[in-house]
Design a protein around this ligand. Structure first.
Ligand code: F3S
Length: 641
């Protein structure tokens, strides 16, 4: 049977499962990547599994997020990341080298490979033909340990590209068009596979802009074929040996299809505060802009920045508009320098920032109060820029450059002729020597931890009979934000579970931590939809640290339920919702753990001699994981058996 490209890569990496959309599949993972904000926890989890050396073909630890904060914590994080990488066989990329996805594309991404990264824009590597997926830190840690990565078999959408881009339309406008069409929910459970004659007209960095923002569609990932353009890109990077041709078979079948005629696209913009609120640039003509920020993992390639240099050469950005550029990598920066392109950028009045994420996560470069900022980035959520009342508009580098020159939006029909799409220079400098490759044997390397890096404790498994106290009883719709509040001060403690645990339910019940610690074992009782919101692992990990062993709720949010399982907390659902009232805060309960069967019911005994019936929707494996005290213990036990 002819296969599409996604199915081919999945089939070549399938460990178990049936490739019917919606069914769980487990994949062998070739490569992993982490960035510093999520990496410290991923490596603490990897360490806790007791695996000496990574079992992937390649794992890379990038530092690109928190490079410029004040205080000791960043520096400590970076030193931990550098030493833990050397100890366990991981490549380390120091702060300033560049943004993880741009660096990965240039130096390590490989057509046909599977890549799991602890960053939601990992699908950027789909531009080079890899099947690249964003995941939580624990999933990355498991992949590094050689465990298969489990996902739901996605539907595959054929995005057929016809024609070629013309005028001021750019690769960014392709994905903005798709976002406007399908919305930020339109990609859930899907892989977007690009095909058709338009593919050959796009370079690998242009393709990567498109796959990068497939994340905003909510997609599992996005992927382009590996063709002669891919070969040329890899050859320019000195990695032609990594090339292999890859495309869908003739007659391959897809679940859905979208056709885009590239020649019909015009410059587009996503307006505040959602990437799918897409309008034409022309429709915004007259809107004054205070700031232009160019860069991020979406649009910081050499071609992106050269196109900006071409637009602004010999001109001056508007004196009331602050314009800044963060190059995607030192390779990009070096090419700009050697090709004489820094001069036109600097002479136009543009600021050059470090090769990092920077303003994308509000790490410097926040817009003025109530201001309008045009960014070449991928997200424009309220407050993400660091200025709560600023409006962020997402656009291509070409559009951003024209906006900077005019100090606001103007009609592209008045822009004159667009510059030619830049190609890579004949000699692309390598920055490979800037990566720290691990020694063959890392067993003698000392992992250095500052006070904010605390090794994960080993949790006990569940006893056959759990005597516990109801430490808190909550209402409906409790979010992961209620459980584990965010905010810069608290998230700075993410690698120090004992410290971050002091904040559990801090904004709901100031005495929760004290009561949880006083009880030998704790149970949380909750109403409907407990744990809705983000996939924050700490919302399960920190309560477990405080001795929470079970949650009894009317219903549970899906991702939080999975996190409870991963960290050894028993998720139970009330059979009769009316029994919620009988589970009083401070009351004692006994859970007959030994009698629980996957998908079954049992009676939880109350102190007054009565009982309430609870059920679970756990699989046999999930129940085993909880009994073992969580996924890390389960994997460690399996390895030592
Ligand atoms: Fe960094 Fe922003 Fe991308 S934070 S990884 S540049 S989405």
């Amino acid at each position: 049977m002819p296969l599409n490209q996604t199915q081919k890569i999945i089939k070549a990496h399938l460990v178990h499962g049936d490739m019917a959309p919606g069914a769980p599949i487990a994949l062998r993972i070739d490569q992993t990547l982490t960035q510093d904000a999520t990496g410290t926890m991923a490596y603490l989890q990897f360490e806790a599994m007791g695996v000496d050396r990574v079992r992937t073909d390649l794992s890379v630890s990038y530092v690109d997020h928190n490079t410029l904060q004040m205080g000791f914590r960043n520096a400590d994080d970076h030193r931990f990341l550098r030493t833990v990488a050397a100890r366990h066989g991981i490549v380390f990329s120091a702060p300033g080298n560049g943004i993880c996805h741009q660096l990965h594309l240039e130096n390590f991404g490989r057509p046909g490979a599977t890549l799991v990264g602890s960053d939601s824009h990992t699908p950027t590597a789909g531009g080079i033909g890899a099947l690249a997926m964003g995941a939580g830190g624990l999933s990355v840690a498991l992949s590094m340990a050689g465990e298969p990565y489990t996902i739901t078999m996605p539907k595959v959408v054929n995005v057929r590209l016809e024609g070629r881009l013309t005028g001021w339309a750019a690769a960014k406008d392709v994905i903005l068009h798709l976002l406007g069409l399908l919305t930020v929910k339109g990609g859930v459970g899907r892989v977007f596979e690009y095909t058709g004659p338009g593919v050959a007209t796009l370079s690998v960095p242009e393709r990567a802009t498109i796959t990068n923002m497939g994340a905003e569609l909510g997609a599992t990932t996005s992927i382009f074929p590996s063709d002669e353009s891919t070969r040329a890109f890899l050859a320019a990077m000195g990695r032609e040996a990594d090339w292999q041709p890859l495309a869908a078979d003739a007659g391959a079948v897809y679940d859905e299809e979208v056709v885009i005629d590239l020649s019909q696209l015009e410059p587009l913009v996503a307006t505040p505060h959602m990437p799918d609120r897409v309008v034409t640039v022309a429709s915004l003509a007259g809107l004054k802009v205070d700031q232009v920020a160019i860069g991020s993992c979406t649009n910081s390639s050499y071609a992106d920045l050269k196109s900006v240099a071409q637009v602004v050469a010999g001109r001056r950005v508007d004196s009331t508009t602050d314009c800044m550029i963060s190059p995607g990598s030192k390779q990009v920066l070096r090419m700009l320098a050697t090709e004489g392109l820094l001069e036109p950028l600097l002479d136009a009045g543009i600021r050059m920032l470090e090769c990092t994420c920077g303003p994308c996560i509000g790490m410097g470069g926040s817009p003025v109060s109530g201001g309008v900022s045009v960014r070449t980035f991928n997200r424009n959520f309220e407050g993400r820029s660091g200025t709560k009342d600023a409006g962020v508009y997402l656009a291509s580098p070409l559009t951003a450059a024209m906006v900077a020159l005019h100090g606001g939006f103007t009609d592209p029909a008045t822009w004159g002729e667009a510059p030619a799409v830049p190609e890579l220079p004949a000699d692309v400098p390598s920055i490979r020597h800037l990566f720290v490759f691990p020694p063959e044997d890392g067993s003698q390397v000392e992992v250095q931890r500052g006070p904010n890096i605390v090794a994960l404790q080993t949790f006990e498994g569940l006893p056959d009979r759990l005597d516990a106290e109801v430490v808190i009883r909550l209402g409906d719709d409790i979010t992961t934000d209620h459980i584990m509040p965010a905010g810069a001060e608290i998230t700075a403690l993410r690698s120090n579970v004992p410290a971050i645990s002091r904040h559990v339910f801090g904004r709901v019940d100031a005495d929760f931590v004290k009561r949880a610690e006083a009880a030998a074992n704790g149970v949380i009782v909750a109403g409907e939809n407990y744990g809705q919101g983000s996939s924050r692992e700490h919302a399960a990990l920190a309560p477990r640290h405080l001795g929470i062993r079970a949650v009894i709720a009317k219903s549970l949010a899906r991702i939080h339920r999975a996190n409870l399982v991963n960290f050894g907390i028993l998720p139970l659902i009330l059979v009769d919702k009316g029994d919620y009232e009988r589970l009083e805060q401070g009351g004692n309960v006994t859970i007959p753990v030994a009698d629980i069967i996957a998908g079954g019911e049992c009676a939880v005994a109350l102190a007054d001699g009565g009982s309430v019936r609870v059920r679970n929707d756990l699989t046999v494996d999930e129940l085993e994981i909880i009994r073992a005290g969580g996924l890390l213990n389960y994997v460690r036990n399996a390895r030592t058996r």
